[in-house]
Design a protein around this ligand. Structure first.
Ligand code: SAM
Length: 388
């Protein structure tokens, strides 16, 4: 197919409007190899052309960059460099790598911005590497991506056959048609540990966006091992904390929160949030990274159950990555869109879509609270009866 044939296929409707005609003209120009060469040579456009081609290169080679990062985490590079600069040969020894492999990996790690050379064949952490060192949750997510990327190795196959067997769907043992049934202690342990280790950054965003201190009791539905509640409890010493999660997860939360010193302030309720009654005594109910796990019909069922169970005056807070027009939101939506495809359940929804589900479930008067980093979470607040 020629470029102009492609353009004709892309036109929507009989007669493309002016902006579409301009876009078609521009795309033909940009696709032209001569034009690209001219832009790359011309002094005023050279820098723009180089940036465009570097961006394109980053996207095209993104998998290799992820693998470089994965290798750095797996060999413990960030820990090796935790206390300062280390020479190449010592990194090789401590990471059990042949020297030649270390010489291949370390410049690659520099290129993705996680380490820097000190100029004397020694290496030290760069800013991104220091962030990875300081955050076990990021390291756990990077390791866990090995599984997700195996499922995404054939994206077209998965897009054409979204119901096919995947490791990611097995990992999230409660999701999809299983609707919370048959989750073993081992399943619960595996996914809950990952969730707990990645909760710190998310909790900080939510607690900065919405002042939970105005509430008496928080019920975190699908609250995992209680990491969000622990963060909320540490900020607001007077609020009572409760979670409602599948029985094996609630049991783990009970032990972990007792050990962390929250025993007196914390209750753990085990049950299925689609079908079981949810405790009614909290004045704020939270869903943190929970609604997005489920397809629309299941998400609606969950919201309806919450609406039926909780006090009419209670506030409902939903926090998760949401789709939107900002670059952070659309990056999150692109990532989670494919992630949920591999998981065979869930959606990264826009605030408007969540609002529509909330309204169908009998909630109203929403507010979207701004967060600093929509990659971690955006926040929506709803109530069933009075002004938020
Ligand atoms: C993605 S995790 C989020 C955990 C936690 N809110 C966080 O952000 O770290 C989803 C949680 O929902 C719980 N869950 C899933 N299906 C459930 C069901 N049908 N009933 C109760 N809890 C469920 C899971 O056990 C898990 O703890």
């Amino acid at each position: 197919m020629t470029i102009s044939e492609h353009m004709r296929v892309a036109d929507c409707g009989e007669k493309p409007g002016l902006s579409q005609r301009l876009r078609n003209w521009r795309n033909k120009l940009v696709a032209d190899a001569d034009f690209q060469r001219r832009v790359a040579r011309f002094p005023l456009t050279r820098r723009f052309a180089r940036k465009q081609s570097e961006d394109m290169f980053r996207v095209t080679t993104g998998f290799v960059q992820s693998q470089i990062l994965f290798a750095c985490v797996e060999i413990g590079l960030f820990d090796i460099l935790a206390d300062g600069a280390v020479p190449t040969h010592e990194i090789a020894t401590r990471a059990s790598l042949p020297l030649e492999s270390a010489k291949r990996l370390l410049p690659a790690a520099r290129a993705i911005g996680v380490i820097r050379s000190t100029g004397d064949d020694c290496w030290t952490l760069d800013d991104k590497g220091a962030v990875v060192l300081g955050n076990e949750g990021i390291r756990a997510m990077i390791r866990h991506h090995a599984m997700v990327y195996r499922d995404l190795a054939d994206p077209v196959g998965l897009l054409r056959d979204p119901g096919r067997q995947t490791e990611t769907a097995d990992y999230w043992a409660y999701a999809g048609t299983r609707a919370g049934h048959g989750v073993s202690d081992q399943d619960a342990h595996t996914y809950s540990a990952l969730m707990r280790s990645s909760q710190d950054l998310v909790a900080a965003e939510i607690l900065d966006a919405y002042p939970l201190g105005r509430h008496r009791k928080i019920l975190d539905i699908g609250g995992g091992e209680g990491a969000f509640l622990a963060a909320a409890g540490a900020r607001h010493a007077d609020i009572s904390l409760a979670t409602f999660d599948l029985p094996p997860v609630a049991a783990r939360a009970r032990d972990i929160m007792a050990e962390a010193g929250y025993g007196d302030r914390f209750e753990a309720h085990g049950g299925n949030f689609f079908t079981d009654a949810i405790p009614a005594d909290a004045d704020c109910v939270t869903l943190v990274r929970v609604l997005c796990d489920h397809d629309d019909a299941a998400a609606l069922k969950l919201l309806q159950n919450i609406r039926r169970s909780i006090a009419p005056s209670a506030t409902l807070l939903i926090a998760e990555p949401m789709d939107g027009s900002g670059s952070g939101d659309s990056l999150a939506a692109a990532y989670f869109g494919l992630y949920f495809l591999a998981m065979r359940s869930g959606a990264c929804r826009s605030p408007q879509k969540i609002q529509s589900l909330l309204e169908q479930a009998g909630f109203k008067l929403l507010r979207k609270m701004p967060t600093r980093n929509p990659l971690f979470a955006s926040v929506i607040v709803a109530k069933s009866d009075s002004k938020v």
